[in-house]
Design a binder for this molecule. Structure first.
Ligand code: SAM
Length: 294
């Protein structure tokens, strides 16, 4: 059965009385080369497992079942379960579980279903949860690789280098945890219903150790978030909320220049390494202040 064939999709879905839900981000693939390429390039092999988010009608699930030893797919929409019973009949190494990827303990699920096998996450992600879903997949530390289709602009933003207009706090978050690269673009015409924007498939390879070693990870991300919250301000003005009033403006300026940065620099120009240096200098300064008598 060609699960990306528009006639097959319409026939199967109408027999099951299924209607697409926009609010669940249901845009199904109609180009067979896309799930084939995702499965071929996701890194999973016969000795590994694949965890899929949002199988829909199962076009990617079937391709994953051919390359991976075992596949578990999490689907939120119960209306798709009778459809998947039909389309995945014969895929003996696949299990579909009901759940919301954002409310699932992914590390526990992988341990329960796959034991010690290496696991690769794959998905044509629903647009409405792209960012939290990627964060949940990376935060779980359960995957050797994460291969996901997202909106093209989001993919560009995630991979953006320091100083580019696409560079954001989320670029830094993802690049801190993983090596990120775009595998290929997928035009909007490859889906039903057709979305307004093109997509791209991203390959995230989680790092064994973060891209920069910092003393205080929470402080590092607080500084990054503050810097991008107020992109138009200079770094010194923007990051001040990250210190909760514990450092005054002169102290912040001193930190910035002490790290070899221009006092008027904007946050979007700083690399991960520069944010790391700034966060470590701030952590040291805050620690010294906490122990010195007033
Ligand atoms: N994999 C199919 C394909 O490529 O044709 C469907 C992809 S469609 C973009 C997204 C799928 O994710 C839908 O099946 C939708 O029901 C499911 N979904 C939406 N929100 C979800 C959530 N929070 N957790 C798990 N699955 C979800």
């Amino acid at each position: 059965m060609g699960l990306c064939d528009i006639h097959v999709i319409k026939d199967v879905l109408s027999r099951h009385g299924f209607h697409f839900s926009k609010s669940l981000g249901q845009n199904f693939l109609t180009a067979q080369w896309v799930p084939e390429r995702i499965a071929a390039e996701c890194g999973a092999g016969p000795d590994a497992a694949a965890l899929e988010v949002g199988p829909g009608m199962g076009c990617l699930t079937v391709e994953l079942s051919k390359v991976a030893g075992q596949v578990v797919a999490i689907e939120l929409d119960r209306a798709l379960f009778p459809v998947l019973d039909e389309t995945l009949a014969g895929c003996d190494n696949v299990e579909v579980v009901h759940g919301d990827v954002l409310k699932t303990d992914l590390a526990a699920l992988c341990r329960e279903k796959f034991g010690d096998k290496p696991v690769y996450a794959c998905a044509n992600l629903p647009y409405y949860i792209t960012t939290p879903a990627i964060a949940a997949l990376l935060d779980s530390h359960a995957f050797q690789g994460v291969t996901v289709m997202v909106q093209k602009e989001v993919a560009r933003r995630i991979c953006a280098p320091a100083g580019s207009s696409d560079y954001s706090a989320f670029s830094i978050y993802v690049q801190y945890h993983a090596d990120a690269r775009i595998l290929f673009d997928v035009p909007a015409g490859c889906f039903v219903p057709q979305p307004k924007v093109d997509s791209a498939v991203l390959r995230l390879t989680p790092r064994e150790t973060p891209a920069v070693q910092v003393q205080d990870e929470k402080l590092f991300f607080a500084i990054v978030r503050a810097a991008f919250n107020q992109r138009r301000k200079t770094l010194a003005n923007a990051v001040s909320p990250a210190f909760g009033g514990r450092l005054n403006k002169d102290e912040i300026l001193e930190l910035i220049t002490g790290c070899g940065l221009d006092a008027r620099v904007r946050g979007e120009k700083l690399s991960l390494a520069e944010y790391g240096r700034l966060a470590d200098a701030a952590a040291a300064r805050l620690a010294a202040k906490a122990t010195s008598p007033e």
